[in-house]
Design a protein around this ligand. Structure first.
Ligand code: ISL
Ligand code: CA
Length: 627
């Protein structure tokens, strides 16, 4: 048990401690070296508390210790041979159905639209799909607020359409995983409606607290602004919602809830889906008592209360139970969305000997140290390099990482790194090169293969996302001008990723014959699937070539990895090898040309430049050699 006598280096030796400290350093933008300096490493918590002159309250230390002491296990780091499975070899493609393809002209993407485009995906080389939620929903958060887990959202089609999709995928030898959103349901789910009508059985399905209207149960903040509690006068209770007011958190301590979830997951697996992506799955176990979040931690991590549920006391138990009762019976695949989880905690959630999840999405690579999504700044690719090197070298063979830069919750990566138009295609290809030649499973987000960039939103009425709209209001209330607030929303809005997929240069980008639910700017006139498929030098073709190479050479999936000239700034190079097969990647992460190693151009099999020069890496040049 760690106590306040524990030294910083002892905290760092604890798996949760290591991840928490790394996270804090990232958040404040301080290098790890500082922490590992003996002077700092030997400081005890007690000492730090004294040195902080009351700025770090006693409660802060108690919180940290409680969290660290809650984990009794250490991840295994022994040498084990890598196990091969389909999901390690897969090239996943995330579809945001609402914005992918509309088949009936109502302005909204749908299942028939996805079916229409399966050949497009097959042609690109995709082997597995992840669909964002397609279940019945009032769409307060575009389907992440589910009102019936076993029905298809009417806007997206019918169960027959879904079954047809499964048949069409089988024909093409493609797999599919669904989104599993079980931290919360919609407030329009029958369970919640029964709870509101006074049914005690269903009240226990949710996290409801007695109390008067002017006494909110605790200080937890919602991820979508304001308090995480909503008052329900009809039952005189407060209900917890970590996300929108219409997304009520389920009470996982109730065995019936867990049974319902396992049963529902089994039902979909029996239908023939291959697995699930588990939405904010690390939030399902809340510390009993629901005590106030620490304000200091809250300010640091942006959301007060998070330490009470992002790695809760029964998380491992719930995951094991769900795997045993549902996933394992179908040998189904699971990837958890786990915001805030670091490398060691990820090991404890996904080790192949742990029987919990298969893989997780960690988010620490998405912003450079000291930044959050809504900051307007440029992303330095040298950080991505360090982040990836750390994982590739320290994530042993019991674990497997997901590789991604984009999803439906984040702006486009090219725009974050360098929005200058002359670098757009080069950067798009460079990002693909990294993602498809490393050890891990790539998840390509729709449109990434076209080199899409952020949308040129003009005013707040152009946005649709509940997070953006709530945040805008909150910023205005805090005294910001509408211009300042808009600037922040523009930097981080999730809507950048949610505008219609551009299929061709006809009206509304060929997405719909009607009026799209969210407008896209004119970028599609040049960047669209049809014209990129015609142009052999496009970002699309580069992705297609990379995917083919990865599929034809298991070395690019399972091969050992060695980094070269690791310290050289803006230079990113690594070897992938497996027996006699050897691939070498060499990349310029910046806009200044670099002198490169004297590798012979005759070994070059792919470059994002037409005429690569010997020993010279042009701006953002990315090369793949086969030796
Ligand atoms: O946008 C965020 C909060 O500011 C992200 O942290 C995001 O909400 C978080 O990663 C959880 O995302 C998932 O669950 C949400 C849903 O809105 C997202 O679209 C989903 O990916 C609630 O279900
Ligand atoms: Ca439609």
């Amino acid at each position: 048990m760690l106590s306040k006598k524990a030294k910083v280096k002892e905290l760092y030796a604890n798996p949760v401690g290591k991840d928490v400290l790394d996270k804090v350093l990232l958040q404040v933008g301080v290098s790890k070296k500082w922490l590992l300096n003996p002077l700092v490493g030997n400081l005890s918590l007690e000492r730090i508390e004294k040195m902080s002159f009351g700025k770090l309250p006693e409660s802060f230390f108690q919180k940290i210790l409680k969290l660290l002491n809650s984990e009794k296990d250490l991840p295994k780091n022994d040498d084990t041979p890598l196990k091969e499975t389909w999901w390690k070899e897969a090239v996943f493609y995330q579809i945001y159905p609402r914005s992918f393809k509309d088949s009936n002209g109502d302005g909204m993407g749908d299942l028939r639209g996805i079916i229409e485009k399966l050949d497009y995906l097959k042609n690109l080389g995709i082997t597995a799909l992840w669909l964002s939620p397609i279940y019945e929903s009032p769409n307060d958060d575009n389907g992440y607020d589910i009102s019936d887990y076993k029905k298809i959202m009417k806007e997206f089609g019918t169960m027959e359409d879904f079954e047809l999709l499964l048949v069409e995928l089988k024909k093409r030898n493609m797999k599919i995983i669904m989104d599993l959103v079980v931290n919360h349901t919609s407030d329009e789910h029958p369970w919640f409606k029964k709870a509101l009508a006074g049914d005690k059985k269903y009240q226990d399905y949710y996290i409801l607290k007695d109390g008067s209207k002017n006494q909110v149960p605790n200080n937890w903040k919602s991820f979508f602004s304001g308090s995480a509690w909503r008052y329900f006068p009809e039952i005189k209770k407060w209900g917890l919602h970590l996300f929108s007011k219409k997304q009520m958190d389920l009470n996982w301590e109730n065995e019936n809830v867990r049974k319902e979830v396992s049963q529902m997951v089994s039902w979909w697996l029996a239908k023939g889906v291959d697995g699930f992506r588990l939405d904010v799955i690390n939030y399902i176990s809340k510390n009993p008592g629901l005590v106030n979040g620490d304000e200091f931690v809250g300010n640091l991590m942006e959301f007060t209360g998070i330490e009470e549920y992002y790695y809760g006391p029964r998380l491992h138990e719930y995951l094991r139970e769900l795997r045993e009762n549902a996933f394992s019976k179908y040998q189904a695949f699971s990837v958890g969305e786990t915001p805030g989880i670091g490398q060691e905690m990820a090991k404890l959630l996904t080790g192949d000997y742990r029987k919990e999840l298969d893989m997780v999405f960690n988010f620490d690579q998405l912003e450079t140290p000291g930044h959050v999504r809504f900051d307007d700044y440029l992303y330095d690719l040298n950080f991505l390099k360090t982040y990836l090197m750390n994982y590739q070298e320290n994530f042993g063979n019991h674990y497997w990482m997901s590789l991604f830069y984009e999803n439906h919750d984040n702006p486009r990566m090219i725009s974050k790194v360098n929005p200058a138009p002359e670098y757009r295609d080069l950067l798009g290809k460079l990002l693909g090169m990294i993602q498809l030649t490393l050890k891990g499973t790539p998840f390509i987000f729709q449109g990434q293969e076209l080199g899409l960039i952020n949308q040129d939103f003009k005013e707040i009425t152009d946005f649709r996302d509940v997070e953006s709209l709530n945040k805008y209001q909150e910023l205005l209330e805090s005294g910001q001008s509408s211009l300042e607030a808009l600037k922040t929303i523009l930097a981080g809005s999730r809507d950048h990723a949610r505008v219609p997929m551009p299929w061709d240069n006809t009206k509304h980008a060929g997405f719909t014959t009607g009026t799209p639910w969210i407008l896209r700017d004119e970028d599609y006139l040049k960047y669209n699937a049809r014209s990129e498929i015609k142009d052999s030098s496009s970002v699309w073709h580069f992705y297609q070539q990379l995917i083919t190479l990865r599929k034809e050479n298991k070395t690019l999936v399972y091969g050992e990895i060695h980094f070269l000239h690791e310290k050289r700034k803006n230079y990113f190079s690594y070897l992938r090898k497996n027996g006699k097969d050897e691939f070498l990647v060499e990349i310029n992460l910046g806009t200044t040309p670099l002198k490169s190693e004297p590798y012979l151009l005759e070994h070059l099999i792919l470059s994002n430049y037409d005429q690569p020069k010997f020993q010279h890496l042009a701006p953002y040049e990315a090369r793949l050699y086969k030796i």
